[in-house]
Design a protein around this ligand. Structure first.
Ligand code: NAD
Ligand code: ZN
Length: 256
């Protein structure tokens, strides 16, 4: 048996016996849905200037910022669909095994796949907020054909409700993520470099409170030789499909 197969079997066993399984996802889980990460040769910042997500620049040049934000986060991300890895996490929740997803992503793909408990560490592009009166809007309520979008109540600038550079983490997601990491006895990290702070502390918190750490990533991350117990080295969709097959087999064997 290949070493990678042994790791899948071991990870499946840990998940089946978990009392509190938690998932933590980064940009890598959405790569097979066609959304590139920010960094690296193929990353979004090799094509676009990250200053459009700088709060000061956004307020000074709202139209220039919004033109780029719309192109990346709405025209391009907007057509993306969940892949096998998102589907696997939704299935694990339905099976009663997965308690929640903590995500750094803003693409709404966990909810689109069917997960109902998602702590969004960096917000969500499908929600928007007025920069003045702080009213919230769903994406469907806002006309992005006329930029920059303005609030129907106070006519002020509307901003996507994900965090820009220099903004704080939404308090509720921050606290809920820490509580979830503390409760976790098995914690699965999918597609994260571990370089983005303070989100990168969440898996470390889980490890410190004695969770077994499973990591899915085709590359090594900052976690791999530091806190990871079982590294499933491969793409999220492929590895999660194999893992789900193994979990199904084991559960059937247990029943029959
Ligand atoms: P990152 O961009 O720093 O790293 C992505 C990680 O995914 C890398 O470790 C890479 O090896 C791995 N990866 C690449 N292809 C993969 C695949 N097919 N399967 C599994 N893993 C794969 O991502 P990050 O650590 O999440 O940090 C970047 C920040 O940018 C995040 O905080 C996030 O908010 C944001 N972001 C979000 C999206 C999105 O919403 N989909 C996209 C880009 C960036
Ligand atoms: Zn307003």
């Amino acid at each position: 048996m290949e070493n990678s197969d042994k790791k899948i079997i071991l990870a499946a066993e840990k998940i089946i016996h978990a009392k509190h399984l938690v998932a933590f996802t980064g940009a890598g889980i959405s790569v097979e849905s066609g959304i590139p990460p920010f960094r690296g040769a193929e990353g979004l910042w090799s094509k676009y200037d990250p200053q459009v997500l700088d709060l000061g620049y956004f307020h000074q040049y709202p139209l220039a910022s919004w033109n780029v934000i719309k192109e990346i986060f709405y025209d391009f991300f907007g057509t993306a669909r969940p892949n096998a890895a998102h589907d696997a996490l939704a299935e694990l929740e339905k099976m009663g095994l997965l308690k929640c997803v903590i995500t750094q992503n803003i693409d709404n793909l966990h909810q689109a796949a069917g997960n109902t408990v998602v702590h969004e560490f960096h917000g969500n592009s499908h929600k928007l907020v007025c920069t003045k009166c702080k009213r919230h809007f769903e994406l469907a309520e806002i006309n992005l054909e006329v930029l920059p979008p303005k609030c129907v109540h106070c006519n002020s600038l509307i901003k996507p409700d994900f965090i820009f550079f220099g903004e704080g983490i939404p308090m509720q997601a921050y606290q809920a993520s820490h509580v979830a990491a503390e409760k976790a006895d098995v914690f699965i990290i999918i597609g994260s470099t571990g370089e983005v702070s303070p989100a990168n502390q969440i898996p470390i918190h889980a490890k410190n409170t004695r969770a077994t750490i499973i990591e899915v990533n085709p590359e090594n991350s900052r976690y791999t030789h530091f806190i990871t117990d079982i590294h499933l080295k491969g793409k999220a969709g492929e590895m999660m499909t194999k893992l789900m097959e193994q979990i199904d087999q084991k559960l059937k064997a247990k029943k029959g």
